[in-house]
Design a binder for this molecule. Structure first.
Ligand code: ZN
Length: 239
């Protein structure tokens, strides 16, 4: 693997020499380049060509990145990519004597008793996802509850995990109830933390006012960056 700097970006590429007449550039799914070139092309000549084509390369790298991001997060089909904790996994359905789900490296296996019943198997996975989310969200909420409690009074509360179209979470202080969106499972943990802390602060302040944000700042100095990125990068998950 070679590297080249194009428009201040380090680009990795592989070169294959062949008998063709032209230099060919292909963008791989992992955002590296496959370059094929005639045998007589020198390294310096190849680098010059890559530099000349840099705007095409950068444009297509960006395009591919965007397309990847736009890929649906919650399509539960065999072999389909899904995101958990902001990382890409591949989902596989199997038949077995009982129902269970396990993760191995970047693969998730959903084992189902019923052969050729995708809907049933999807149900197994969704239930697993919800159960997982419930424990995981509770852990993160408790971490921030304990932090807040060093200074503020936060009540014990119940948690609900739901698929919601327009919100990442809600808090009803009078009912001591927090609801978090199942879709937070698809994002990196720092965004779950952001939403968890946001909802917990509502036990202290109902409005999104200065007081609210001063508490936020105190316990998560980079909350604003997390808020902006969550809504910019991941808002389509809800839709
Ligand atoms: Zn709020």
């Amino acid at each position: 693997m070679r590297t080249i700097v194009l428009n201040n970006r380090i680009i990795e590429y592989d070169v294959k020499y062949n008998a063709k007449k032209n230099v060919n550039i292909r963008i791989r799914p992992d955002l590296r380049l496959n370059v094929s070139a005639p045998r007589w092309v020198l390294k310096s000549q190849l680098e010059k060509i890559l530099n000349e084509k840099s705007s095409w390369i950068i444009h297509n790298l960006e395009k591919q990145k965007q397309e990847e991001k736009a890929e649906k997060y919650n399509v539960f089909e065999n072999g389909h990519a899904i995101w958990l904790f902001g990382m890409k996994y591949r989902l596989y359905f199997r038949t077995d004597t009982r129902n269970y789900v396990y993760i191995m490296n970047d693969q998730i296996f959903v084992c189902s008793k019923r052969e050729n019943d995708l809907e049933y198997a999807q149900g197994i996975f969704k239930n697993w996802l919800k159960d997982y989310a419930y424990s995981y969200y509770f852990e993160v909420l408790n971490k921030y509850k304990d932090k807040l409690r060093t200074k503020y009074k936060i009540p014990d509360f119940s948690l609900q995990v739901r698929e919601m179209k327009t919100r990442w979470g809600t808090c009803i202080p009078s009912k001591k109830k927090i609801t978090l969106n199942l879709s937070l499972m698809y994002t990196p943990q720092k965004y779950l933390e952001y939403v968890a802390l946001h909802e917990l602060i509502h036990f202290l302040e109902i409005y999104h006012n200065e007081h609210f944000y001063s508490i936020f700042e105190e316990f998560m100095p980079d909350y604003k960056e997390r808020q902006v990125t969550l809504n910019r990068e991941y808002s389509r998950i809800n839709r």
